[in-house]
Design a protein around this ligand. Structure first.
Ligand SMILES: Nc1ncnc2c1ncn2[C@@H]1O[C@H](COP(=O)(O)OP(=O)(O)OP(=O)(O)O)[C@@H](O)[C@H]1O
Length: 259
């Protein structure tokens, strides 16, 4: 289970960053007062436009960032005071964590397996299952450097799951994948949910959230504007699909400026 209570994350900006985003303020609030609860056996989606704060929230859950205010618990462990325990429970995938280009998917899978304290037999069994499922076996001994974007993403997904984590945190898991591979990833996430795992993803793809997520939190400009099942969100916005619901919510936040 993931419990987020009143999470606020404020980044301090360097002079260079202030110049880049043309601001005189040396701080930016990426997430403001976010609370939510995601249960085991559920796929929970954080849905929002670019810059909404989705990656920041997932990085806080994954212990990579400390909340400025508020607290997060993963499987009962606080992400700040019990970060080691949290890390054992989670598999984290994000676009800015890159696999070392000099090594092969097989080497990296075995390396991270050892790092997580998984036995050799178990690593071998999990490698066979995951590499077969994601079609990695054919290029498992090639250097990451020589792989396509999609191949790298598939390898990164497999590596993040080496220790059979209870909680799967995937930031835009189908980013850069073709339609066939994207489907294999979303099917695998559904299978993990069926095994009782908690999967939390970020996405800006409405149809992906619609098909995949049991619960969705829409985040706009760092604030949660609605949370619920797809049906609950459609009912409360009086719309027929998530895209319409999103624009309705966006209009409410921005005072009627969205198309
Ligand atoms: N390291 C950082 N330093 C300063 N500001 C940051 C940093 N990382 C993110 N931000 C800012 O925080 C806000 C939220 O960014 P975040 O990456 O969490 O959004 P996102 O919803 O994941 O966006 P995207 O869909 O584009 O990945 C943005 O305004 C971004 O510019």
């Amino acid at each position: 289970m993931i419990e987020i209570n009143n999470l606020t994350k404020i980044y301090k900006l360097s002079r260079k960053q202030m110049h880049q985003v043309k601001t005189k303020k040396n701080m930016t609030t990426a997430i403001e007062n976010l609370s939510l609860r995601a249960e085991d056996g559920q796929i929970f989606g954080l849905l929002g436009p670019n810059g909404a704060g989705k990656t920041t929230a997932l990085r806080c859950i994954a212990t990579l960032l400390k909340p400025t205010e508020g607290e997060i618990r993963v499987s009962g462990f606080d992400t700040v005071t019990r970060s080691q325990d949290v890390r054992k429970k989670i598999g984290f995938l994000t676009n800015d964590i890159k696999l070392d280009p000099q090594f092969s998917p097989r080497y990296l899978f075995e390396f991270f397996g050892r790092l997580h304290g998984v036995s050799k037999d178990e690593v071998d069994a999990r490698r066979e299952e995951l590499f077969e499922y994601f079609g990695i076996t054919g290029f498992q001994d090639k250097k990451v450097d020589e792989l396509s974007t999609g191949m790298k993403q598939k390898a990164a997904i497999a590596v993040s799951l080496v220790h059979d984590p209870e909680v799967i945190i995937f930031d835009e898991p189908t980013n850069g994948l073709d339609i066939v591979t994207a489907r294999s990833v979303t099917d695998y996430l559904k299978m993990l949910k069926g095994r009782g795992k908690l999967v939390i993803i970020s996405t800006h793809i409405m149809t992906e959230a619609e098909k995949l997520c049991d619960r969705i939190a829409v985040i706009i400009e760092g604030r949660k504007v609605i949370e619920g099942s797809l049906d609950e969100i459609l009912e409360s916005t009086g719309t027929e699909n998530l895209e319409e619901a999103f624009f309705e919510l966006y209009r409410q936040v921005n005072g009627g400026t969205a198309q």
